[in-house]
Design a protein around this ligand. Structure first.
Ligand SMILES: *Cc1c(COP(=O)(O)O)cnc(C)c1O
Length: 449
């Protein structure tokens, strides 16, 4: 498989180039030249396949420069039972099983896929763990060193820090908006030390994202490709996210007869949704995706009007689903490319829904009161988006984070305290170490030199 840049200035790149570049040198995002369709045999045999089987077959479609044996090892290590512990089964109304991403039935035709059983309790562990191990593979081969720059609104930073911590030949710089991530998230990204450096920026997430992209495009600091990205601009993160779409479908089909499903995806930078669109392209039978956004809803607005108006950082609203407070989603470039800039074509696959703050809170409260099952703020947006869409097919709502990560927002809504799991208590007790900087590229460059 070869890859090109959405800006069309770069073509014919290998998976290795794509992974180690992060952003294409022309500022575009890498995308596969074609989407190979999985065989009928694959789909027929899908019910018997484990998560690892699925992961290997999909990886082989997109990666031809890592031998199968090494791919198997990367997958086994990235998605090991030790890393993805399924805890708290008791809280689920009806668990349809399925490590590492169990499916929970909420009501007829309505399911939640829990993607938060990894080390940092958010779905970004899937991308970060796979990507770090794939990078390690190529770096070891070439005895090379690589620096990673990553912007985070909270969860990416912690998943990347945990996924890359101690990985040889890799240094990680995490940019996060000062005072705009939850306490727990901050502890999860500032307490590693070692090869992980946390940089606190006086600004919002979009400022961090812009700074990270500027570093990647800066000839002086990244002229020889010393830096890569661990944001969802890196295709290496989207690929492993396709795995759980197939796995979730498998789990759903154990109880539902309907072949075509729908999915509601809580969206910020649209990496998760783009991975879903790619899964559909290679053969996953999805009738519709719901792009569920909080009030920062430039993509639903585009789907409604056909006009894309990115919002500058001052216009990004601080919603309680804070990982989705994004005014110019980076993966929108990939979406446009996949649908050849046609809003009509995009509408055939995607429904956009906006969920406001009151609706988010109401959804958390009512599901908790009806079923005893607690969802986080992001999952609540997707849940409400699913309801608003009016879709009749069985629908899977992707649950992207464990509610404890957003404890401070959720406790007042349900009027109850959320118990902190043991593995997080240790993190909270650790001391924060970060470097505070202005929202200023020169200051950042000085620091990185
Ligand atoms: C990052 C994140 C999202 C948004 O995912 P994108 O791929 O950026 O659209 C949603 N929920 C949680 C909990 C997240 O951390």
């Amino acid at each position: 498989m070869k890859y090109y840049s959405t800006n069309k200035g770069v073509i014919g790149k290998s998976f290795k180039d794509v992974l180690l570049d992060g952003l294409a040198p022309d500022g575009g995002l890498y995308i596969p030249e074609s989407f190979p369709i999985l065989s009928d045999k694959f789909l027929e045999e899908l019910p018997e396949k484990t998560f690892s089987d699925i992961a290997l077959e999909i990886s082989k479609l997109f990666i031809d420069d890592i031998p199968e044996l090494a791919l198997k090892e990367i997958i086994a290590d990235a998605f090991s039972k030790e890393a993805f512990l399924i805890e708290n089964k008791g809280s689920c109304p009806e668990l349809v099983e399925g490590s590492p991403t169990p499916l929970v039935k909420i009501s007829d035709n309505l399911y939640i896929q829990e993607l938060f059983h990894g080390p940092t309790m958010a779905f970004k562990d899937f991308g970060a763990r796979f990507m770090s191990r794939a990078m390690e593979y190529f770096l070891k081969e070439n005895k090379q060193e690589l620096k990673i720059i990553v912007a985070t609104s909270g969860d990416t930073g912690s998943a990347v820090a945990a996924g890359f911590y101690g990985v040889p030949n890799l240094k990680v710089y995490i940019l996060y908006p000062s005072g705009k991530v939850s306490n727990l998230q901050e502890k999860q990204l500032t307490t590693f030390g070692g090869n992980i450096t946390a940089i606190e920026v006086k600004g919002v997430f979009d400022d961090c994202q812009k700074l990270a992209k500027q570093i990647l495009r800066d000839k002086e600091i990244n002229g020889k490709g010393e830096f890569s990205s661990a944001n969802s601009i890196n295709f290496g993160r989207l690929l492993p996210q396709m795995f759980y779409y197939f796995h979730g479908y498998n789990l759903l089909r154990k109880t539902e007869k309907e072949k075509e499903i729908a999915l509601s995806v809580p969206s910020g930078n649209f990496g998760n949704l783009t991975a879903g669109l790619m899964a559909k392209r290679i053969g996953l039978p999805v009738k519709k995706f719901v792009a569920s956004c909080n009030i920062n809803d430039v993509v639903p607005e585009y789907l409604a009007t056909g006009i894309y108006t990115p919002r500058s950082s001052e216009k990004v609203a601080p919603a309680i689903s804070n990982s989705m407070n994004v005014g110019n989603p980076s993966n929108f470039a990939r979406m446009l490319d996949m649908y050849k800039n046609s809003v009509e074509a995009m509408r055939l696959d995607i429904i956009g829904e906006t969920v406001d703050e009151a609706e988010t809170a109401e959804t958390i409260k009512s599901i908790f009161e009806k079923t005893g099952y607690l969802i986080d703020t992001h999952t609540a947006v997707a849940m409400r988006g699913a309801e608003k869409s009016g879709i009749k097919n069985p629908i899977i709502v992707l649950s992207t984070a464990h509610p404890v990560k957003f404890k401070d927002s959720i406790e007042p809504i349900i009027g109850k305290e959320i118990e902190i799991p043991e593995k997080l208590k240790e993190t909270i007790a650790k001391e924060k170490k970060s470097i505070l900087i202005e929202n200023d590229i020169e200051e950042l460059k000085k620091l990185l030199k």
